[in-house]
Design a protein around this ligand. Structure first.
Ligand SMILES: [Zn+2]
Length: 470
């Protein structure tokens, strides 16, 4: 028999009043933090930034990174000094894990600490490379859940709603933090279907109808697939379901067209949970500025860019305690907006929608090509399902010289054989818009699912680098 040890009870392990005072839950947020003026936002950010730097200063990962760059947290007094903090990318996280497997040296807590304070553990979806482990403290889970709940409330979820959660309940954080937000901070009921691999899409449609679901949370791609499936089952997503809103991720226009209810976009990633969310005005994504400072920097130089210029998103998270994200260059592409009051009344700064990953950028004969941009170009073309997958490879050209070519595999609406002239038409369109030849390989409908992870992955995989290592 092992010794008796009293667990750290969840309900006793945190100052709940402090939590809801510092990070307002959705109902209070709508008339509170959401309407703060710029002075209050900036004053809060200044204080929380200094605190966040102090917390990170105890973590070996930051101690090493900052020492290398001759940076001291004492150099930062306000967010105007933020540019002094060295940036890092996923490559630094990978190095950290290699240096000290399997957790890296960027965590503030280890599993054994769960004996004295509640901890949770998730890993990244591994869109590219090895999974990144993240240990979350109770504080991190609760603030993250509050930010998620604010997103859902702003986007139309209300207490008493049943919500189909079609994200993967897996080692990845996404489905879990949404579940937590719906249950603990919104008085809503998550229906825990998970993805199509766990609960077949037909079953998800049946459950949405049977239980009168008010919303579905899923990627736009999967929401469109659910609608298609419903129609094949003789269920009209517009009239036979009781949906009020859709919590989407990606192209919301197409989703609204098929369901006939509002669909909202947002931006989140595994370590920090929801960063920004679309409001009813649908003019960009409001950053939760009491919890984050978002910068957008030049792809090559890393220098902060003015509003309206696309670059890499750099995240500074102000609330985390388990792992810290201070000027984390996440390599997602977006832009900031000018600071101004939104039609919804909020002064929280807005950012542009997610425009793809910059680490999938390929330089073809001097032209920067992004797979997601290629997808946008062809999306409204007749005869295709909208699904695509790009790869780049080195091929032997004339004179024995290798050249790099990109091929875009595109799903036909039906079968590739039934679509004469479609390949040529798509190639012409891509050449015209991008200025460089992209080969199109037309495939049958649904053939790309194993490659993209459609219905399974949080962010669909759109690209593979098949070039030999140089
Ligand atoms: Zn707004």
């Amino acid at each position: 028999m092992r010794d008796h040890v009293k667990p750290p009870y969840y309900y006793q392990s945190m100052d709940w009043e402090k939590l809801v005072t510092e990070y307002e839950p959705p109902y209070e947020f709508m008339t509170g933090t959401r309407l703060w003026d710029r002075d209050r936002i900036v004053a809060t950010q200044n204080q929380r930034l200094v605190d966040a730097l102090q917390r990170a200063a105890t973590v070996p990962f930051y101690q090493k990174l900052w020492a290398q760059h001759g940076f001291s947290p004492a150099d930062v007094r306000t967010i105007d000094d933020l540019h002094l903090v060295p940036q890092y990318t996923i490559d630094d996280i990978r190095d950290s894990i290699e240096r000290q497997p399997p957790f890296g040296d960027y965590q503030s807590h280890h599993f054994a600490d769960a004996a004295t304070t509640p901890l949770r553990f998730y890993t990244s979806g591994g869109t590219t490379g090895m999974p990144r482990p993240t240990i979350y403290t109770q504080w991190d889970r609760e603030v993250g859940a509050i930010l998620s709940a604010r997103t859902f409330y702003m986007q139309g979820i209300r207490p008493g709603d049943a919500v189909i959660n079609a994200w993967a309940y897996s080692t990845h954080n996404a489905a879990w933090i949404m579940d937590h937000a719906l249950w603990h901070w919104l008085g809503a009921i998550p229906i825990t279907t998970g993805t199509g691999n766990v609960t077949p899409t037909e079953k998800q449609v049946e459950m949405a109808k049977l239980y009168g679901a008010a919303a579905i949370t899923a990627t736009s791609d999967y929401l469109l697939h659910i609608a298609d499936t419903a129609k094949r089952m003789g269920i009209d997503p517009r009239t036979d379901l009781d949906l009020k809103t859709l919590l989407s991720f990606g192209d919301t226009k197409a989703v609204e067209d098929v369901y006939g209810v509002p669909a909202y976009d947002s931006y989140a990633f595994h370590e920090v949970q929801y960063v920004s969310a679309e409001c009813e005005a649908k003019q960009g994504l409001h950053i939760f500025e009491d919890a984050f400072v978002v910068e957008v920097v030049d792809f090559e130089t890393g220098k902060p860019l003015p509003p309206g210029h696309r670059g890499n998103v750099v995240i500074t998270c102000l609330y985390k305690t388990g792992t810290h994200q201070l000027r984390y260059n996440i390599q997602d592409i977006s832009a900031t907006y000018e600071i101004e009051q939104c039609a919804c009344g909020s002064w929280h700064r807005r950012m542009d929608y997610f425009r793809g990953r910059s680490d999938t950028m390929v330089k073809l004969r001097g032209v920067n090509v992004w797979p997601e941009a290629c997808g946008k170009i062809i999306q409204d073309h007749d005869g295709i399902s909208g699904e695509y997958f790009c790869y780049v490879e080195s091929v032997l050209g004339r004179g024995g010289r290798t050249r790099e070519e990109m091929t875009m595999m595109v799903e036909a609406q039906t079968t590739a054989a039934d679509s004469p002239g479609l390949k040529e038409s798509l190639e012409k369109l891509l050449k015209q818009k991008i200025g460089v030849q992209i080969n199109v390989d037309l495939v049958d409908r649904d053939a790309l699912r194993p490659l993209t992870g459609h219905g399974d992955r949080a962010k669909l995989k759109r690209f593979e680098d098949r070039r030999e290592a140089r």
